[in-house]
Ligand binder design. Structure first.
Ligand code: PAF
Length: 282
């Protein structure tokens, strides 16, 4: 397993893979890898010849009040997981390498980044889009793999790739859940046993709303009220039904929609969502 620390070294490795005609699959992460990340790495290993995972805890996507300092740092365990899932290289740049003194350039993806998580974390998507653009410039992937758990992040990255003419396929992989339904997240490690039980309100409420949509419910008001009721015992940040592409709120379920929630459970902010596509008429 090669560990690469600088963008020039990373590009040299990737140029060599491309010269040999190998496709490059890339999984960007902030470390603290879990089964959700492993599913992305396995997907890259199945589809791509050369596989890179990045591990970079990106300060630009954390506000000063957020949990950067206590975010889990588990490089050795991450390396073992990356190896076991078929990665060939880890790109782990340093903070000063990514954001040297005088760093001044940021990527803003308007509109799609403004609601939901963008409303409560106003600089978050700017930090994500910026670091992902920099990682793409270093890794030069053919395909990059992201998890649907961060559905708005996927929409922001897809829009950035489209708008900036980046020749990269964005592959969005399904949410990986614990057997009781909790969506896997590096932040689940912060939850006490009692909070973990309370956190199940997110997925339970979303699954109930999904069953309502499958049974024909199309009214956003009815669905949102049901989800809010299911999450009444935790501190809701948002419950929204949005269009699957541009993340605009919708009044009715049509085409592909995302039902997305965020809530604080104890000290931990959790997000979850389901995607639903209205079946075509037979
Ligand atoms: O989803 C994440 O882990 C991060 O937002 C990402 C895409 C690696 C950018 O830092």
């Amino acid at each position: 397993m090669k560990v690469i620390r600088t963008a020039p070294e990373m590009r040299a490795w990737s140029f060599e893979q491309r010269r040999q005609g190998r496709s490059i699959g890339f999984v960007p992460t902030m470390g603290a890898l879990h089964e959700g990340h492993a599913s992305l790495m396995r997907a890259a290993a199945e589809r791509d010849d050369a596989r890179v995972v990045s591990i970079f805890l990106n300060p630009a996507q954390f506000a000063p009040t957020e949990d950067l300092d206590r975010y889990p740092r588990t490089f050795d365990a991450d390396k073992a997981i990356a190896e076991a899932t078929g990665m060939e290289a880890i790109y782990a740049p340093t903070g000063s390498g990514m954001y040297p003194e005088g760093y001044a350039t940021y990527v803003n993806v308007d509109h799609v980044s403004e609601g939901l998580c963008g409303a409560s974390r106003p600089t978050f998507f700017r930090g994500v889009a910026t670091v992902v653009a920099k990682l793409f410039n270093a890794v030069l992937p053919h395909r990059a793999y992201f998890g649907q758990k961060d559905a708005q992040q996927c929409a922001v990255i897809k829009r950035m790739v489209r708008d900036l003419d980046m020749d990269i396929e964005i592959v969005e992989m399904p949410i990986v859940r614990d057997p009781d339904g909790l969506a896997m997240s590096s932040r689940n490690a912060y939850l006490s046993a009692a909070d973990r039980t309370r956190a199940l309100a997110l997925s339970r409420s979303l699954f109930a709303a999904q069953a309502m949509m499958e049974a024909g419910e199309r009214d956003a008001g009815v669905l949102l009220a049901a989800v809010r009721e299911g999450m009444a015992d935790i501190d809701i940040d948002y419950v929204e039904l949005v269009d699957g592409d541009d993340f605009d709120p919708v009044d009715r379920v049509a085409g592909t929609v995302v039902l997305a929630v965020a809530a604080r459970v104890g000290e931990t902010r959790l997000i979850d969502n389901i995607k639903y596509t209205v079946p075509a008429k037979a």
